[in-house]
Design a protein around this ligand. Structure first.
Ligand SMILES: *[C@@H]1O[C@H](CO)[C@@H](O)[C@H](O)[C@H]1NC(C)=O
Ligand SMILES: *[C@@H]1O[C@H](CO)[C@@H](O)[C@H](O)[C@H]1NC(C)=O
Ligand SMILES: *[C@@H]1O[C@H](CO)[C@@H](O)[C@H](O)[C@H]1NC(C)=O
Ligand SMILES: *[C@@H]1O[C@H](CO)[C@@H](O)[C@H](O)[C@H]1NC(C)=O
Ligand SMILES: *[C@@H]1O[C@H](CO)[C@@H](O)[C@H](O)[C@H]1NC(C)=O
Ligand SMILES: *[C@@H]1O[C@H](CO)[C@@H](O)[C@H](O)[C@H]1NC(C)=O
Length: 672
């Protein structure tokens, strides 16, 4: 038994090491490293293993037509016939994650209530039990649809009784070869051994919510100790994994009382007939950090019996690779990954489908007439230098009153696994006249997604047209020098619009910005933050028709109040000492703040905590300029003043440790 267990451990270790290598260097490099370990003879075969003939289509490839049998007849996919995205899901009850996804009322109701109207979902099963699985999945969603009076959604949900391995088309290749290492597509398991048993007992588990319990299981074997309902500390569990029943108190109380008893971890078992649940904290509980790992499992009778009769039971935790559970076909007919589910909920399908709708809409916007100046075409951005290009601007620049940035960030490989894993600020600087006042001002800002390569955004920066003060400009796009590489594309789109890109959309005569005046930049958000800002005086010429405040502000870092990324800061531009123009980052720190911005292009289902609201930004999204028409606050042909200040809870920031920082570009824009 010992040797069996240690073999599991070695496999698990390899799994971690492989994932780590991928994390550290990306997929392209990994192929090289693998080949380097092989003899020369083997090198060719190692490389050829990855050709698409063997492994099927890759993300971005066009999906071929297919037909599968469903409980109601058949589902047929024809390229070009889809109105919206198709999400394809393969269920297996070997996964505690999927069991919970399909049992949780909030998960089921989110699908029937919030699946975008354009989207369809095809449900499959990976197992021999495909017929009962399909019937069960349909029943679960029918029940939720009736309960929420959303029966119309059912016509867009398709359930196939044919297991994935029997489909006989290209779909199995995608599920089997696109498998990933994330929590939602491996089989997380608990392995029990006891003296009298011939075989270890392996059951599925679902770890507590990723962003609640930070502690992870290690690869060791632990003594398992029964601790009843786990609601009160018990000296028996010291150094052991506590075996506790669900119910009688919250998951938080169980884990906290077991941690107080110096248990190494907690396994909460579902009472007979109950499904595995998503263990999470609730309300104020979430403010107390806990330091031991926990997971939910089913009540395994042999384990309960062994503990009851006083036999020793040993538990270890393993993660077994599995096929993927989800992929999709977008409106354009291209195959796509749909990212990481941070917890078991169909909301993640909805968010991905919303993003596909955003992307289809973006494609339409990109068809509008414009003079396009390509800057970067799939250029690697990395290191101190970033990506740099010099471009010639179109003649007759003054005829255009609209400038949009069409930017995208993708990864060195086709799969998300090749993407850089952290969220960093990306800034675009422009210098046209090297001797002029505007050289190397910031023209655009984005935040990278955690390990997803699908971001593309169209940002209206028309007020900054005066920065283009010569016909030849150098553009530099960069992020922190230590970030893994991103592949950037950028087009400048010049056009003429009625509204000078005014966000209020109100009809006004064609105005064009002719001058910008740089105001303030950000800095360390500590008690001296506002001391450095002095009033700036300026004149408004008589020919000026409109003056606008234009600012791009993001808050970062984490002091003792979680400022600035996760605290509510406010930013004020005070004109002529009375007009107080205010921007408040009120969704910073909210649990789902950034999910509401998927419709605007925030990349969903990233491999990190992309959902939380942040200080003026979201992961995988452009930073929208803040624009205020301040014409009426100013006196023409006379001296005016402006003063900026930034506050936390209406007061000067005053962190006791690790102050955060504000990144800010701000301008006055003069139109005529
Ligand atoms: C899934 O597995 C659990 C226990 O492992 C069982 O209780 C449940 O009935 C199964 N569900 C389906 C749909 O097979
Ligand atoms: C829950 O609490 C009740 C009352 O104290 C107790 O009888 C029961 O055994 C507890 N449940 C478990 C699983 O320990
Ligand atoms: C847990 O460990 C701490 C530190 O070793 C010790 O002070 C405490 O008494 C232990 N608690 C229990 C319930 O055993
Ligand atoms: C300008 O606005 C009018 C009406 O508001 C609209 O019909 C026209 O298409 C617009 N022109 C352009 C170039 O957007
Ligand atoms: C400038 O404008 C402010 C606000 O409208 C007004 O209070 C002030 O009197 C004006 N100053 C002059 C000199 O007109
Ligand atoms: C501007 O408004 C904010 C709240 O919106 C307030 O805290 C601040 O004191 C105001 N400042 C001035 C000078 O009016």
């Amino acid at each position: 038994m010992a040797s069996l267990r240690s073999r599991f451990s070695v496999l698990w270790l390899l799994f971690i090491v492989t994932a780590h290598v991928i994390n550290a260097v990306g997929r392209t490099k990994l192929i090289g490293d693998e080949a380097a370990c092989e003899s020369k003879d083997n090198m060719i075969s190692v490389r050829s293993v990855r050709t698409s003939a063997d492994t099927g289509p890759e993300p971005g490839d066009l999906a071929a037509a297919f037909t599968v049998r469903t409980l109601d007849g058949e589902f047929s996919y024809q390229p070009g016939a889809l109105r919206g995205p198709l999400i394809i899901h393969a269920f297996t009850n070997k996964s505690g994650f999927l069991e919970c996804l399909w049992s949780s009322e909030s998960s089921l109701s989110s699908l029937v209530q919030n699946l975008p109207d354009s989207a369809q979902v095809l449900f499959l099963s990976l197992d021999d039990s495909a017929v009962p699985d399909a019937l069960w999945m349909r029943e679960q969603l029918q029940r939720a649809a009736v309960q929420h009076r959303k029966k119309e959604v059912l016509s867009r949900l398709h359930f196939s009784p044919v297991p994935v391995f029997a489909l006989g088309n290209w779909i199995p290749a995608v599920f089997y070869y696109w498998s990933c290492t994330s929590r939602n597509c491996v089989l997380a398991q608990a392995v029990f051994t006891s003296e009298g048993w011939n075989m270890p007992v392996v059951i599925k588990r679902l770890d507590a919510r990723y962003d609640w319990l930070v502690a992870r299981w290690s690869q060791k074997s632990y003594r398992l100790m029964d601790a009843g309902d786990g609601c009160h500390p018990s000296p028996l569990v010291e150094g052991a994994v506590a075996w506790v029943s669900e119910g009688n108190c919250s998951f938080f109380t169980k884990v906290q009382s077991m941690a107080k008893s110096n248990a190494t971890g907690v396994l909460v078992y579902a009472l007979p007939g109950n499904p595995i649940q998503d263990m999470n904290c609730d309300g104020d509980e979430c403010d107390t950090p806990l330091s031991i790992p926990a997971a939910m499992v089913h009540l395994e009778p042999s384990v309960a019996e062994a503990l009851r009769s006083g036999q020793s039971v040993v538990v270890s935790l393993q993660n077994t690779p599995s096929p993927g559970f989800f992929f999709s076909i977008d409106q354009q007919g291209a195959l796509a990954e749909i990212g990481w589910f941070l917890y078991p909920s169909f909301s993640f399908i909805n968010w991905q489908a919303q993003w596909f709708d955003f992307y289809a809409d973006l494609q339409t916007k990109l068809q509008r007439p414009a003079k396009v100046v390509p800057v970067f075409d799939k250029v690697q951005m990395q290191g101190e230098k970033g990506a740099v290009a010099t471009v010639d601007l179109p003649l007759g620049l003054l005829d255009f009153n609209t400038l949009e940035l069409d930017a995208s960030l993708s990864c060195p490989g086709k799969r998300d696994l090749s993407c850089a894993q952290w969220d960093h600020t990306v800034q675009l600087f422009i210098c046209c006249d090297h001797l002029g006042p505007y050289c190397n001002m910031e023209l655009g800002r984005w935040i990278t997604a955690f390990r997803r390569g699908i971001g593309r955004w169209l940002t209206n920066v028309s007020p900054l047209l005066p920065l283009l003060d010569s016909n030849r400009c150098t553009l530099t796009m960069k992020t922190v020098p230590w970030a893994m590489p991103w592949i950037v594309s950028l087009n400048l789109r010049f056009s003429i619009s009625n509204q000078t890109g005014d966000i209020t959309g109100e009809d006004e005569e064609e105005l064009r910005p002719f001058r910008v005046m740089p105001l303030y930049s950000g800095g360390t958000f500590d008690k001296n933050y506002n001391k450095r800002y002095q009033p700036i005086k300026f004149l408004v010429q008589g020919s000026t028709k409109k003056v606008e405040l234009y600012a791009v502000i993001t808050a970062h870092g984490s002091d003792d109040n979680s400022c600035g990324e996760f605290c509510v800061t406010s930013h004020h531009f005070l004109f002529n000492t009375v007009f107080n123009n205010t921007l408040v980052f009120d969704s910073a720190g909210t649990p789902l703040g950034c999910t509401t911005r998927v419709k605007e292009g925030a990349v969903p289902n990233e491999h990190g905590t992309w959902l939380y609201g942040r200080g003026g930004w979201c992961d995988g999204l452009q930073v929208n300029p803040w624009r205020v028409d301040i014409t009426k606050q100013l006196n023409v042909s006379e001296s005016n003043t402006v003063l900026y200040f930034g506050l936390f809870e209406g007061k000067d920031p005053n962190p006791s440790k690790d102050p955060g920082y504000i990144i800010m570009s701000s301008f006055l824009v003069f139109y005529k």
